[in-house]
Write a protein that binds this ligand. Structure first.
Ligand SMILES: C[C@](O)(CO)[C@H](O)COP(=O)(O)OP(=O)(O)OC[C@H]1O[C@@H](n2ccc(N)nc2=O)[C@H](O)[C@@H]1O
Ligand SMILES: Nc1ncnc2c1ncn2[C@@H]1O[C@H](COP(=O)(O)OP(=O)(O)OP(=O)(O)O)[C@@H](O)[C@H]1O
Length: 276
């Protein structure tokens, strides 16, 4: 199949733990986290166009097309390389917005990787990651493409391979703006840093969880339900929460027991981005 005809995957990520260990002079928070990709996500199709425009066939409610992270990614790639080709982007959106699953960031990363191949602009992964960081703190991990312990604002990686696992991910019916959580006066910003090789499965907690639960009680309600099955965590800045299972049938049985009014999905943890 021609690369122009294919669907490019943009998987979700979850943060297996997320500690806020400090703050930079510019206000950005210094984090330690483990990113893991899920075999669940959006897909993107790129359609060539001859008029040199970057267009979006699938605008999202409340997001002006020129601010959509896919359009911004395509625009940034052209600015960095001098490419002049046009494209129409089609995004099949399955990931919730403001969900903490990195949906917009993953769309941006996949757009960068797809167009870098389609336009033959030849940038390497670190150049794409630098462009990605200008679009959002979560974009570089998707370009990096391997499960990793991350530091800084989430752009310095040490690869690792956690044991195989399945996740039940709950999607509360609220969108949590990342900025609102990071600017809260209640946020703990002093968790002691660990060494990159000190991480073990099950280690840590999510420092953003307490703030998100206080502002959005639906997040707390979903976490409480998940705790019947194990150590439940919120991903990123929320709202999505997850619990880990060693095997798929247990995860599916928990999903089947979900009460009316709660939504979720089951996905396998991946060690690599499907485009890596
Ligand atoms: C919470 C995480 O999802 C963990 O993976 C990410 O750190 C958030 O990444 P993101 O959604 O791509 O966030 P961005 O769009 O870069 O940042 C949104 C806003 O959150 C704040 N922000 C973000 C990341 C960070 N390490 N410290 C921050 O203080 C900044 O005020 C920023 O303006
Ligand atoms: N292609 C896109 N997909 C989703 N959101 C987008 C996109 N482009 C721009 N946005 C904007 O970015 C905001 C954050 O979206 P996203 O789905 O990445 O949040 P998130 O899952 O909380 O991310 P993170 O885990 O990185 O905090 C949305 O509310 C929306 O306004």
């Amino acid at each position: 199949m021609n690369d122009w005809d294919r669907d490019w995957p943009a998987p979700a990520k979850i943060n297996l733990f997320l500690h806020v260990v400090g703050r930079r002079a510019d206000g950005y928070h210094l984090l330690q986290t483990v990113f893991r990709f899920l075999d669940f996500g959006d897909t993107i199709r790129c359609e060539p166009r001859s008029d040199g425009r970057i267009a979006l066939a699938t605008p999202l409610p409340g997001v002006p097309p020129e601010t959509d992270l896919t359009v911004r990614a395509a625009t940034a790639l052209r600015a960095a390389t001098g490419a002049t080709a046009g494209v129409t982007l089609h995004v099949d959106k399955r990931l919730p917005m403001g969900g903490g699953l990195g949906g917009g960031s993953s769309d941006a990363a996949t757009t960068l990787m797809a167009l870098n191949r389609l336009w033959r602009t030849g940038l390497d992964s670190s150049a794409l990651q630098r462009i990605g960081l200008g679009l959002g703190a979560d974009v570089p991990i998707f370009v990096h493409g391997r499960t990793a312990f991350a530091e800084g604002i989430g752009e310095r990686f040490t690869d690792l391979v956690p044991p195989p696992a399945w996740y039940l991910v709950l999607v509360p019916a609220v969108a949590v703006p990342t900025l609102e959580i990071f600017r809260s006066a209640q946020l703990r910003r002093d968790t002691p840093a660990i060494a990159d090789d000190d991480w073990r499965p099950g280690f840590g907690h999510n420092d953003l969880e307490a703030v998100a639960c206080a502002l959005y009680p639906e997040v707390a309600r979903h976490l409480d339900w998940l705790r019947h099955y194990g150590e439940a965590r919120m991903s990123g800045s929320g709202a999505c929460c997850f619990v880990e299972f060693a095997r798929e049938p247990e995860a599916r049985a928990a999903l089947a027991a979900l009460p009316p009014g709660m939504k979720g999905f089951v996905a396998a943890g991946l060690d690599r981005h499907p485009l890596a």
